[in-house]
Ligand binder design. Structure first.
Ligand code: FES
Ligand SMILES: [Fe+2]
Length: 406
């Protein structure tokens, strides 16, 4: 499928309906998704606390691009393409590690933590090492979270950072450690994963464990919900927590209560961690839920936070990484039990994986045609799909304008 055909598909689609089939199946559109979305937007890479010490690094695959994020000797967080400037080999393989220098295993070209090429054995006299440093990437930190962008001219990160900072600050993610992390490979297009995460239409019947504590209020403005939400928000404001809804094109954050009496998202609603996260004044605060397109959706509670990063692997394959964060001084076995901490979300993730794969299987059918989203229960899905369609259209438009000028 060429770009003109994709533009035509976008123009012809019906807003409020799921996307035409090729957006979930077509390899050419998948490649366009990498170019237009994942290689341009800000992508959640990990946490500052994961690379707390000089020389610590983490790796992440953004589409087809291996990326390296590290803390240099001066404590500065830097990001690079994890691709050697000699013949392009991937340099660091481990998800997380610590190094004094970065040595490409292929022919031992060696880079400093600043990205500068320090040694290139057997290259000729006068070889201009300064021309072959690692390619740097844009990187931003927000309240202990690290985002990278592969774009030479990335979108402005400030609106997201400024909007989220007041909400994130009390949760102390800078002082959090990753207590548990796992990957789940889902045989589904990345947009189906994101769509599934943006609605709770399916929660009541599919997420038995989650729904013990999760309140599925779909419509804040409905009179029957308004009173409960307002009462909850007033209680939080009295504790000093911000409660306004944060709403940007590629992000959103809200605070919502749990079911009556629950203090955490656990099987029995009691906290999973005895030590609270950050400076929140109570466990009885419900949760902050926030999303940043295209890669991450999250919950911060009184006792822990869970961050779910989703990255595309193939047209019909995505990898979902879940990180559970607790206070860095919390000790496993004393302050928390891993099973209790992770039980609800691991069950929920498995259930969502099955739903995404079921969705993909049906979308692949010759009989698939776009269907209507529920305006009340799938408003979050509509927002994501509109954002995606807008970004893709703008990208294709810019390409068409460039092509016409050439
Ligand atoms: S490809 Fe890295 S040293 Fe040759
Ligand atoms: Fe779900």
């Amino acid at each position: 499928m060429n770009e003109a055909a994709v533009r035509q598909l976008l123009r012809a689609r019906t807003p409020g309906f799921s996307l035409p089939q090729p957006f979930y199946t077509d390899p050419a559109i998948f490649t366009l998704d990498l170019r237009a979305i994942f290689e341009r937007q800000w992508i959640f890479a990990g946490l500052a606390s994961e690379i707390a010490e000089p020389g610590e690094y983490l790796t992440v695959e953004v589409g087809t691009s291996p990326v390296l994020v590290l803390r240099d000797r001066d404590g500065v967080v830097r990001a690079f393409f994890n691709t050697c400037r000699h013949r392009g080999a991937r340099i660091c393989d481990d998800r997380h590690g610590r190094a004094k220098t970065l040595v490409c295993p292929y022919h031992r070209w060696t880079y400093r933590l600043t990205g500068a090429l320090a040694a290139a054995p057997f290259m000729p006299e006068g070889f201009a090492r300064e021309r072959y440093g690692l390619k740097p990437l844009a990187v931003r930190e927000l309240c202990g979270t690290i985002f990278v962008s592969l774009a030479a001219d990335p979108p402005d990160f400030a609106p997201y950072a400024e909007a989220l900072a007041p909400h994130l600050a009390p949760h102390g993610l800078e002082q959090a450690k990753v207590a548990f992390e796992c990957d789940l490979v889902e045989e589904g297009n990345w947009k189906l994963v994101m769509e599934n995460s943006r609605e709770c239409y399916h929660c009541r019947t599919q997420h038995r464990e989650l729904m013990r504590t999760f309140l599925d209020i779909y419509d804040f403005t409905a009179p029957e919900n308004q009173a409960e939400i307002e009462h909850y928000w007033a209680r939080l404001r009295a504790m000093g927590l911000p409660t306004h809804i944060v709403d940007g094109p590629e992000f959103r954050a809200t605070r919502l209560p749990f079911t009556h009496g629950a203090l955490s998202i656990t099987m029995d609603g009691t906290p999973a961690v005895s030590r609270r996260l950050g400076s929140v004044p109570s466990n009885d605060i419900g949760s902050l839920r926030w999303v940043h397109y295209p890669s991450v959706f999250n919950h911060a509670l009184g006792d822990y936070a869970v961050m779910v990063r989703m990255l595309p692997v193939a047209p019909q394959r995505s990898v979902v990484t879940t990180k559970f964060l607790v206070h860095r001084d919390a000790v496993e076995g004393r302050d928390y039990d891993l099973k209790r901490l992770t039980e609800v979300w691991l069950a929920t993730n498995d259930q969502d994986k099955a739903l995404v794969e079921r969705n993909q299987a049906g979308v692949n059918s010759a009989g698939y045609e776009p269907g209507p989203y529920s305006p009340a229960l799938e408003a979050g899905v509509v927002r994501f799909v509109e954002w995606y369609a807008g970004e893709m259209a703008a990208y294709l438009e810019a390409g068409a304008v460039r092509a016409a000028a050439e």
